[in-house]
Design a protein around this ligand. Structure first.
Ligand SMILES: [Zn+2]
Length: 244
């Protein structure tokens, strides 16, 4: 069992005791950019930020509002938790930026108060020892190996004006990662450039390569080179033929 495959998408509104837009900040409470905005949802047992980032409340060790900056006050909610995938202690910083660009703290305080309340309830359930729930090892879906990771495989098939791009989320050990990852890579490398999809083809190949990093090591980063070099060569040939 692993936390990630149990909750691949956002929890339904009816299960949430808090829903609010918050942004990612660093440990100095500085907002890190518009790409890291979350529609944060809090349920009775988890804090959900995105499909890649959510934390079972039993894994949270502490929360606090941090204040930084002298002239311009910055506030962020610091959440220290045990990462369910890596099992390491991590910290998440959330901030709330108003349309005027100032740091707001009301929403952060509300969220912190609710998390604290819910954590107390989890700990208060008789016979339930949250220390056993802190570590959730990942197990390979195919062979049951404990040396497994959450992986996103990207498949892309191009067909002139249309293309099909799918992402599959699985928990695999390095061996099974190699099997499915190379399959996704081969399909994308062979068919991804057939049509308009050629625009996003290089990026998809790089994503495929990154997926294979835990299984192949750094050599994985060289995977996009042969198909891309082939494409450049073909393009050169075509250009030469056309200009004759
Ligand atoms: Zn396996």
């Amino acid at each position: 069992m692993n936390a990630y495959s149990l909750h691949p998408s956002a929890p339904p509104k009816s299960d949430c005791i808090f829903i609010g837009r918050l942004a990612h900040a660093n440990e100095q409470a500085v907002y890190t950019g518009s790409f890291n905005r979350y529609r944060v949802r809090l349920t009775a047992d988890m804090l959900w930020c995105s499909e890649e980032l959510y934390i079972p409340l039993a894994n949270i060790e502490s929360t606090q509002i941090i204040r930084k900056g002298w002239l311009i006050r910055r506030h962020a909610l610091e959440i220290v938790y045990r990462d369910p995938v890596s099992r390491f202690r991590s910290a998440l910083y959330l901030c709330h930026i108003s349309p005027l660009g100032t740091y707001q703290k009301k929403r952060l305080e509300k969220l912190e108060q609710l998390i604290t309340q819910q954590r107390q309830q989890i700990i208060a359930v008789p016979g339930r020892d949250p220390s056993h729930e802190i570590i959730m090892p990942h197990v390979c879906e195919v062979c049951g190996s404990r040396d497994a990771y959450l992986v996103h495989y990207v498949y892309m098939i191009g067909a002139v004006a249309f293309w099909y791009r799918a992402q599959r989320q699985r928990v695999h050990c390095p061996k099974h990662m190699l099997v499915e990852g190379l399959c996704a890579y081969a399909i994308t490398a062979l068919t991804g450039w057939l049509g308009l999809s050629v625009i996003v083809w290089p990026i998809t190949l790089i994503q495929n390569a990154r997926t294979l990093r835990p299984a192949m090591g750094r050599i994985a980063y060289a995977l996009p080179i042969p198909p891309l070099a082939g494409a450049v060569f073909l393009l050169g040939l075509l250009f030469k033929w056309w200009s004759l």
